[in-house]
Ligand binder design. Sequence first.
Ligand code: ZN
Ligand code: MN
Length: 139
Amino acid sequence: MAASVSEARAGAATRNTIQRALVLEAVQSLHDHPTSADVYEVVRKKHPNISRATVYRNLGVLASRGEVLRVEVPNGADRYDYLNEPHYHAKCRVCGRIVDVDMPYVSDMAARVTDAHGFTIEGHEIIFDGVCRECQAPA
Ligand code: ZN
Ligand code: MN
């Protein structure tokens, strides 16, 4: 009896690991800052039996482990990023697209704060506003 319980647990652990790997692989295949819904669509194509809740849960686990980057977008859905090193983004105010911005990460940003009013700073993110190349092109 005890053996079958632990076998069941091992089976569940293996399934979780496999599902997490599928979700990670999907994020890594998408280079355009997908939403959770976008990631689900990619996973579902290859694995029609995986549920939306499972994909979303695993995105949360991967983000909390730092295996993918979660980009919180003001007034928009969170995006996921295969590039899990700190870097900056720009958001197109026309189409909502999120793109990477190439600039060195400002690691001493917190040190430049002269008074945080008691707030403990743990990090920073930058999302530049503007218009992407496609939206600037004449129609
Ligand atoms: Zn745009
Ligand atoms: Mn990015």
